[in-house]
Design a protein around this ligand. Structure first.
Ligand SMILES: Nc1ncnc2c1ncn2[C@@H]1O[C@H](COP(=O)(O)OP(=O)(O)OP(=O)(O)O)[C@@H](O)[C@H]1O
Ligand SMILES: [Mg+2]
Length: 442
């Protein structure tokens, strides 16, 4: 009897029969290719899990323990910040970009100024004991500013920490540094038609000490101005118009105009120049100009007496000026009173002929402080000599100079003394020896 195949002995579905899945498992298990694949897949899953975890913890870490600041080149702080970074990272980075500015005067004289900024890419620098990562990136977009197209750029700063104040303080620090270094000069406005127009490039500031005045005049005026510009609230609280008028009078060449410019620039003010003897100036224009002076500026009305003589002025009848009305006295008063606005207004008036002025013009409210600028006193002579020739004020030469001048018993304006010194720029002895020349021109 032939034996039945073993398989038939056992009922189908009995527990002894290996299941489809176990078979599959068995087979797969023995399959070296699959085994390797599953291993790889396992590794892959584990890796991606790890990567994900790393990503999440990285994000978490960044959020919790890192601060980031992004500034783009549309922001005013951008060049300051780059400059700030550059100053600190110069030793650590070798990747610089140059920014060259060419100034060419009309005469053809050319000046170059080259500044180096951190180049595009990644840099590191230390500020306030912290390492900061800098990424400067250039984007594809282009921005247009002042008619110039420049690529859009961003700088991203990252550092360890959780307090954004750190970056805020750093930005303030960089802004302060930039502002302190900026070559600020005295900005001069001139009246062109009904408007104030900036005249030329900002002039170099004149040191207030370089205008030599008698006694304590300089200190007193400085203090007065300082007090006025610091008391806006005081005026507002009392409803007093926030204005101050100064009248400087005295002979020509005694430093009235020079002192006003030096004083204005000392406090960071610009000056708006207006001469009442200008023939195209009339009441309306004067009124408009006085009420539209640029912020942070002082208005200088030169030759204030000109408004008094205009009626008798023979030039008024000159054909060239016919049809042009001139500033009248009442026009000047109205313009000075102006509309009572809360804005600060500081007016300086100068004249050589104070005796011609009407009391109405110099009453308080229009002129709050009068100051006489006189010819050189002994003290001024000594100080001017010492300043000009860089000598101590008690030097023998300065003393001799004062002696020689007083022997002539003639008053001299500081302007004529300055003129004499300029003839003997490097030679204080020569200035003494030729002192006679100084009196010839007086
Ligand atoms: N007190 C001074 N100290 C130093 N320099 C002075 C002084 N006064 C005048 N100068 C010099 O003389 C020149 C003329 O001065 P400034 O124009 O200020 O005189 P001013 O009093 O305004 O004269 P004017 O009444 O004619 O307008 C300037 O170059 C200035 O440097
Ligand atoms: Mg003057």
């Amino acid at each position: 009897m032939t034996e039945l195949p073993k398989v038939l002995d056992e009922a189908p579905g009995s527990s002894k029969e290996p299941s489809f899945f176990s078979n599959l498992y068995e087979n797969l298990n023995q399959n070296p290719y699959f085994n390797a694949g599953a291993g790889l897949a396992g590794i892959g899953i584990a890796m991606s899990f790890l990567r994900r975890t790393a990503q999440i913890s990285n994000t978490y870490f960044r959020r919790r323990f890192m601060i980031t600041l992004q500034v783009n080149n549309e922001d005013a702080a951008y060049p300051w910040l780059l400059d700030f970074i550059n100053k600190r990272s110069a030793t650590q980075t070798r990747n610089l970009s140059a920014n060259t500015v060419v100034h060419q005067a009309e005469s053809g004289k050319t000046e170059l100024s080259i500044s180096f900024l951190p180049g595009h890419g990644t840099h590191f620098f230390v500020h306030d004991y912290r390492w900061i990562k800098v990424e400067r990136q250039r984007e594809k977009q282009v921005i247009q500013r002042d008619g110039v197209r420049t690529p859009f750029e961003t700088v991203t700063l990252t550092t360890l920490g959780s307090d954004v104040k750190f970056f805020k303080q750093m930005l303030e620090h960089s802004a302060k540094e930039a502002i302190d270094n900026a070559e600020t000069g005295l900005v001069i406005y001139q009246a062109v038609g009904p408007q104030w127009v900036r005249f030329g490039v900002p002039r170099k500031k004149r040191d207030i000490e370089s205008v030599v005045l008698d006694g304590k005049i300089c200190e007193q005026l400085l203090q007065d101005f300082q007090e006025f510009i610091g008391s806006a609230e005081w005026y507002a609280d009392r409803g007093v118009p926030y204005r101050r008028g100064y009248l400087f009078y005295g002979p020509p060449g005694t430093g009235k105009s020079s002192f006003i410019s030096a004083l204005a620039s000392h406090f960071g003010y610009s000056v708006c120049l207006l001469s009442l003897s200008e023939r195209t100036l009339d009441d309306d224009r004067l009124n408009h100009l006085l009420n539209t002076a640029p912020p942070n500026s002082v208005v200088i009305l030169e030759d204030i007496d000109a408004a008094f003589v205009s009626r008798e002025d023979p030039m008024s009848n000159h054909p060239a000026y016919q049809g042009l009305s001139r500033v009248t006295f009442s026009g000047l008063l109205n313009a000075l009173d102006g509309v009572a606005c809360a804005e600060e207004r500081i007016t300086f008036m100068t004249t050589n002929y104070v005796e011609r002025l009407d009391p109405a013009l110099i009453r308080p409210g229009r002129v709050d402080r009068k100051q006489y600028f006189g010819n050189a006193t002994d003290g001024m002579l000594r100080k001017m000599f010492a300043r000009f020739y860089r000598q101590p004020s008690d030097s023998e030469l300065a003393e001799q100079f004062v002696q020689l001048v007083s022997e002539h018993k003639k008053e001299l304006s500081p302007a004529s003394i300055q003129g004499h010194f300029l003839m003997h720029k490097q030679d204080p002895r020569g200035a003494l020896d030729n002192i006679k020349n100084m009196f010839r021109s007086v």
